[in-house]
Design a protein around this ligand. Structure first.
Ligand code: PRP
Length: 225
């Protein structure tokens, strides 16, 4: 795998405009798309694009930690949506042989994600063993940013982690909570518009988590069922 030469720790996200869907050209996906054609509007981010981007992120993350002299990282996966992304990311990081990763999982629930409310995020499963460690938080999507922001402070203040970096595959920046406009996310896969996406771990009413690419859900179909 090609290593990145960038010195900036912020990986530049790829911005996907609403009008510019990316078409999946692999056969399996076409078949699946046929089966799902009533449920989805479009394949939004193909497997190939996801794979390439995950490899980029793995290179950047490995390079940044190694440059900082850090060889061991605690990757904390935010359940459930981030699982598929995190497993691909951890494999890609492993293949680079630059840093070692210890895996952990956390579950957070949020209430009142409306951008005009304060919004509360509670941690429903506690985690230990990260005091003095370097934590890399892995999320599938940052929307209002409340989950990421709450978990950052949880790890740094409550759990006394030595450092914390956030990584989100998708960033729906336009939905950011008004008090989190400046939220710093260290690694972003794709910046996306305000469309309802699912797949690659993300769900729509617990559907689509298993499909290996990201789709825009046909909300009209669901609302008329
Ligand atoms: C989703 C997603 C993120 C969070 C982002 O989780 O997986 O963790 O919302 O939203 P925010 O930026 O507005 O806080 P969800 O609660 O839907 O749980 P799930 O991952 O189990 O589907």
């Amino acid at each position: 795998m090609k290593k990145t030469t960038e010195t900036n720790s912020q990986t530049m996200p790829i911005v996907i405009p609403k009008s510019g869907s990316i078409h999946e050209d692999d056969k399996t996906t076409d078949l699946v798309r046929e089966e799902l054609h009533r449920l989805i509007d479009q394949v939004f981010i193909s497997r190939t694009h996801i794979k390439n981007r995950v490899n980029d992120l793995a290179s950047q993350i490995s390079a940044d930690y190694s440059k900082a002299g850090i060889s061991k990282v605690h990757m904390i996966v935010v359940l459930k949506g981030a699982t598929m992304f995190a497993m691909d990311l951890v494999r890609a990081i492993y293949d680079l042989h630059e840093i070692s990763v210890k895996l952990g999982y956390i579950k957070a629930s949020s209430y009142g994600r409306d951008t005009t409310t304060s919004g509360k995020v509670s941690i429903t499963e506690e985690i230990d063993g990260v005091q003095g460690k370097h934590v890399l938080l892995v999320e599938d999507i940052a929307d209002t940013g409340l989950t990421l922001s709450r978990l950052k402070s949880y790890f740094l203040k409550n759990k006394k982690a030595e450092s914390l970096k956030g990584c989100a595959l998708l960033d729906k920046k336009v939905r950011r909570h008004e008090r989190l406009k400046e939220l710093d996310i260290d690694y972003i896969g794709f910046e996306i518009p305000d469309v309802f996406v699912a797949g690659y771990g993300l769900d729509y009413a617990e559907l689509f988590r298993e499909i290996p690419f990201i789709v825009v859900v046909n909300e009209e179909y669901f609302s008329n069922r």
